[in-house]
Design a protein around this ligand. Sequence first.
Ligand code: SF4
Length: 364
Amino acid sequence: MPFGLYLHIPYCLAKCHYCDFYSRGGCKGVPEQYVDALVAQMHKFRENGTLPSHPDTLYFGGGTPSLLTPAQVKCLIDAAAPAQNAEVTLEANPETVTPALLEQFLYAGVNRLSLGVQTASNQSLQILGRPHTAAQSRAAFADAKRVGFTNISGDIMMALPNYSTEEFDQTLDLIAGGGATHISAYLLKIEENTVFGKRPPQNLPTEDQAADFYLYGVEQLSKAGFAQYEISNFSRPGFEGKHNLIYWNCQDYLGLGPAAHSCVKQQRFYWPNGTKQFIDRQSDPIPDGVCDGNDYIMLQLRLTSGLNLQKLKQLYQIEFTAKQKRFIANCQAAGYLLQNGDILSLTPAGMIIQNTILCELLSE
Ligand code: SF4
């Protein structure tokens, strides 16, 4: 079974107006002490047998991991010791990368880049509080390809203020034309404790309009050769994100850094917020319950490959009740669910109302 290692880098140049990830804006780099703390935790978890000698995937997430220097990235990869042919992903923001930096990240062992593009509209980028332009996103793709990256993902955020299908098309053009092998496309969500949470932007699409943008996006991505494999993820054949598939397939992963989550041998735990405490080795992971059959249903239904009902029975002794089976049949008739033998999966329309469907399918 594959094992994934996630390293959280909670530093950003500026805090985007929609972002509720645990990260701090106003940072130009990552302190050495933070890198040391990550390395120390990797040693600790390897010694206690949680972290295998050679994890199958390594993911630098954030925050803005491209604020790490190539030497810091190399030091972390050396400590993580990923398996040969492991997927090693680094999230990068377009304004933070130069050709030289990208070349050194590649040389340090990063083999997959995830570029936070979001939109090709400079006006929308400004509203979102993103400190880059569409031209910088274009340049980041061109530079990444030129230095030798062959596996590049790009993010698209849909249903922004004043959103239009033209804005989606232009963003898809920028990313697909830039040579992306993978695209994450998701709807803007207004979260509490963000700038948008306190002052919602004007001219946001309604929920129905947002759902239409999602369905439009799925269709356009498919036409452009990016097959959907998860609610928000699309790829060229063979370029599905291996690290995130570990999450959705209920396999083991260890997350290190403040606010990072883990699930190992079905036991979940997470680190509390607090970068200083993490650096000072004053925080410990907090247990977060057991990953059970309901989690399995929820996570597998995110994937277009769907939920295998036989496996659900074998692994968790769960079978849907007669009432749930009637509900499934109704959802099939309405075009929200598909059942093919033992495999149950959501259609794109079903993915929009996934939470409503799950309310009926999860056990109490
Ligand atoms: S760069 Fe990413 S992590 Fe940082 S504030 Fe923006 S969305 Fe959040």
